[in-house]
Ligand binder design. Structure first.
Ligand code: FAD
Length: 831
């Protein structure tokens, strides 16, 4: 038997090797149009980033090795251009010479993969625009980077785009990532993709979501300008296109083989095409989705390799069935991993398949063992409990949870089955109730009606129907942000404060940080006669859904440049012994693990630790709240501590030292500069009169040589809003809030005597008459004079005001940032 295989990479090479193992006598010839066979395309982005240093590591096999080991002819530089099904021959073009030959087959296996999409965007063929699909593509990109490219634009936020963005950042390029959809990594639900957005922002990737590329233009100096649909323009030395892939079906189509509705080669469950002597596998075929049974293109290496084995088995006469593709996949996003298996919400919704979801945020291992970080897990299941999909994101343990869930799903598991799984446990690795068990418990409670759930995206509807939202977290947590409109009663005192809750038919929606205390509160309230649902995934999921992760402490490259302590991608230090302390002999190091705590939890822990230190002592703190990165610096400044080290990676670590000058155990403020050099204005109000006063004072203080910061909180945030409406995804409540509040300084009204606009108009007229500069001009001159506008991040969450809605040139900060500023001056105004 003579078997010809088209394509010598993932599927083709695997099929060839399997065939040989099954049939020592078969003649096996593989035609590969490129120069390389069996190369690790999944590794290409990591050679660009220098993580896989040695390029040769990417070549898993060579034609010579395949000949020697398997007696298989791998002929490179040969493209199969046609199939004659009647004659059982293929036409082969020698890529170097263009000569054509034919070859006879008894059985043919097509594994030609796919090709990257290059839509007809103006300027797309300009030099400097690359795809990443083959080794030569990778070599071109590496050359461009080595030639000194500084700015890259990656178009497409799928897993290849995200991997390339990360690896170009590894090479210290400024990277913008443009994605037409409102989210990157479309295999995830938006609330899960939010964690990836946040991770990319933290590592300096400039995200442009919900914006497509309109045109590329080559400039005279060789650089490129990328114009987006929104009108934004991005400068680039190189552009990577990663907008998707289409299956290579040309020769199959021309040979009259059936093509499926998703435009891939159609195969049966034995991976046979419409011609019984021709099999097809890999990215070129459409597969049956394991969960939905719909036809789909799922270009992944695992399925291609498994299909190769099955096709080879069937070629030699076995009866082997391919049971569909689940789409189990994972991607590294800097320090974060994001993975999924089965169907996501978009697919289930599109196909009209009913489903329910739960989201949980347990620790990756026992919380009392160091280094535990949250694993965000989302389960999708049918109303009968059958597992339909699972997604996870986090810094640790994501791969094993997705693999367990993928296996369970493959074996037809229900959420009940997840509660029965016996999984490994020792403190460094997991918990006695593993996150997978926990997800099962929560879903089981949901289905049994013991603890009904409301998903974050349903919250606005439930509130519109009159539900009461109840936040049961502790005050330290709620002070960092609550869902607008929520009552706050900590779980610890809930039993004693039941009379504060509405009675009657009103539904109460409980929530906490991740869902667990919300569930406990729900049980207390249900057993006291209330009708209660718990918010799935708690505040964490709500925040992920509403912000898509991109508003949380975004740190853009330009901000980093001003920040002296930044090391955006370095690993977290584990020891501080090497940091020289002036009093090394006597100094001690206090270590604080504040992972899992939200603002102000880590700050409170720091304060506690500070009380037990003496001058010269070190405090090493680790926290997982992204906002802590800015807050720890502000805290240190306010407390007169030296920041020896501050790093952001999987978690945030900082090492602070109490200066030796301090002689008592009391905390000493040693702020550089003269204290009376500074003034702080806290703008709480959005009343026109008060805001005018605020700017007059701020500009006046600046004129007197002071360094002034203006901290905008609560209603005051409206002063920083842009005049025009900004298209941004918001929840119902956020939209309502947004509509009811003034949009920027031109919409402010007087606190008194507004008189349907007459009073406000008169004041503005008088300002003009008496030459008082308009507020906008005062704001401009304040900024030009070196003043800083700080938007309170906690108020932003509370009021549902997003970063994009605010004017340029402001920074975001928490209470520690404001207090640090306030500490530097004798003058602090609250307006
Ligand atoms: P390919 O591996 O693409 O092989 C097809 C081969 O056929 C090519 O070598 C091509 O030159 C050759 N060919 C095409 N037409 C002809 C012709 N007419 N004649 C002769 N030869 C022809 N998947 C994952 O699961 N995880 C990952 O992390 C991952 N990362 C990736 C990163 C990158 C940068 C890329 C490009 C892909 C990644 N993939 C990943 C996808 C994975 O590589 C593919 O799903 C897999 O390689 C598909 O195997 P295949 O055999 O169908 O196609």
């Amino acid at each position: 038997m003579r078997v010809i295989i088209v394509g010598g990479n993932a599927g083709g090479a695997s099929a060839a090797a399997r065939l040989r193992r099954l049939d020592e006598k078969a003649e096996i010839v593989v035609y590969e149009r490129g120069q390389y066979i069996s190369f690790a395309n999944c590794g290409l982005p990591y050679h660009i980033g220098g993580v896989i240093e040695d390029r040769n590591q990417l070549f898993v096999q060579t034609p010579a090795a395949m000949k020697e080991r398997f007696n298989i002819d791998f002929l490179t530089g040969r493209e199969v251009t046609a199939i004659d099904r009647t004659a059982h021959t293929v036409t082969i073009r020698d890529v170097a010479t263009d000569n054509e030959t034919t070859d006879h087959y008894d059985k043919l296996i097509l594994s030609p993969g796919g090709s990257p999409l290059r839509p007809p965007i103006p300027g797309i063929d300009s030099a400097g625009i690359y795809s990443l699909w083959t080794v030569p593509d990778m070599d071109d990109i590496v050359r461009a980077v080595r030639a000194g490219a500084r700015k890259a634009v990656v178009v497409g936020g799928g897993f290849i785009g995200v991997e390339v963005a990360e690896n170009l950042r590894e090479q210290k390029l400024d990277v913008a990532l443009v994605e037409m959809l409102p989210q990157a990594l479309a295999f995830l639900d938006p609330d899960m993709a939010a964690y990836a957005h946040q991770e990319m922002e933290i590592h300096g990737v400039d995200l442009h979501l919900g914006d497509g590329v309109k045109a590329f233009a080559k400039n005279a100096d060789g650089t490129l300008t990328v114009t987006l649909s929104s009108g934004k323009q991005l400068a680039a030395d190189l552009v990577i296109l990663a907008i998707g892939v289409r299956p290579n079906t040309r020769i199959a189509e021309q040979a009259g083989l059936a093509i499926g509705p998703a435009r891939g080669v159609l195969v049966d469950d034995h991976l046979r095409t419409s011609d019984p002597d021709i099999y097809a596998i890999g990215d070129a075929i459409e597969v049956e989705h394991f969960v939905t049974k719909s036809k789909a293109l799922i270009p992944l290496a695992g399925p291609a390799n498994r299909q190769a084995r099955i096709a080879a088995n069937n070629v030699v006469g076995h009866d082997d069935v391919y049971k569909g593709t689940q789409g189990t996949s994972i991607v590294k996003v800097f320090d974060l991993a994001a993975g999924a298996t089965g169907a996501n919400s978009a697919l289930l919704t599109k196909l009209g398949i009913p489903f329910r979801t739960v989201t949980i945020h347990p620790g990756s291992h026992a919380g009392y063992y160091p280094g535990s970080t949250p694993v965000h897990i989302k389960l999708l299941y049918s109303p009968e409990g059958k597992l339909l999909g699972a997604q996870a994101a986090g810094y640790d343990g994501v791969d094993k949870r997705i693999d367990v869930l993928a296996t369970a799903m493959r074996l037809g598991a229900t959420v009940d089955d997840l509660t029965d799984l016996e999984l490994v446990y020792a403190p460094p690795y997991g918990s006695a109730k593993d996150p997978v068990n926990m997800a099962g418990f929560v879903a089981q409670n949901d289905l049994e009606g013991l603890a009904p759930l409301v998903r974050p995206e349903q919250l606005a509807d439930e509130l519109a129907k009159g539900a009461t939202l109840l936040d049961v977290r502790e005050p330290e947590e709620t002070s960092c942000g609550i869902i607008p409109g929520a009552l706050t009663i900590p779980l610890s005192v809930l039993r004693n404060r039941l009379e504060e809750l509405p009675v009657g038919n009103k539904v109460i929606l409980t929530y906490c940080k991740v869902g667990l205390r919300g569930y406990v509160a729900q049980r207390i309230l249900s057993q006291n006669g209330f009708d209660v649902a718990n918010l799935s995934g708690g505040y964490t999921s709500w925040e992920a859904m509403t912000t898509q992760g991109i508003e949380e402490q975004p740190v853009r490259p330009e901000r980093e440049a001003d920040d002296q302590q930044v090391n955006v991608s370095g690993p977290c230090p584990t020891a501080v012994a090497s940091i020289a302390s002036p009093s090394a002999a006597a100094a001690k190091t206090v270590e604080i693990d504040a992972c899992g705590l939200q603002c102000p939890g880590p700050l409170l822990k720091l304060r506690e630790a500070l009380a037990s230190t003496a001058p010269g002592d070190l405090i090493k703190v680790t926290a997982s709240d992204p906002g802590f990165y800015a807050d720890v610096a502000a805290f240190a400044q306010g407390q007169g501590l030296e920041v020896l080290d501050r790093q952001r990676g999987k978690v945030i670590t900082a090492t602070l030292r109490r200066p030796l000058q301090a002689t008592t155990s009391a905390v000493v403020s040693t702020v550089p500069g003269r204290a009376d050099d500074h003034a702080t204005v806290i703008v709480f109000s959005n009343d026109l009169d008060k805001v005018i006063a605020a700017f007059i004072i701020a500009n006046g203080a600046q004129a007197m040589g002071k360094k002034v910061s203006m901290f905008f909180t609560f209603w005051g945030l409206n002063v920083l809003r842009k005049d025009e409406s900004v298209r941004i995804k918001k929840t119902f409540i956020e939209k309502m809030f947004g509509m009811m509040m003034p949009r920027g300084v031109n919409h402010l009204i007087l606190s008194k005597m507004h008189m349907m606009g007459m009073g406000t108009g008169m004041i503005l007229g008088l300002m003009k008459k008496y030459n008082v500069a308009p507020i906008e001009a005062m704001m401009r001159s304040f900024q030009e004079g070196g003043g800083t506008f700080i938007a309170c991040t906690m108020s932003m969450s509370l009021m549902g005001i997003h970063r994009e809605e605010m004017i340029d040139g402001i920074s975001e900060g928490g209470v520690a940032t404001m207090l640090a500023d306030a500490d530097q001056g004798h003058i602090n105004y609250f307006i």
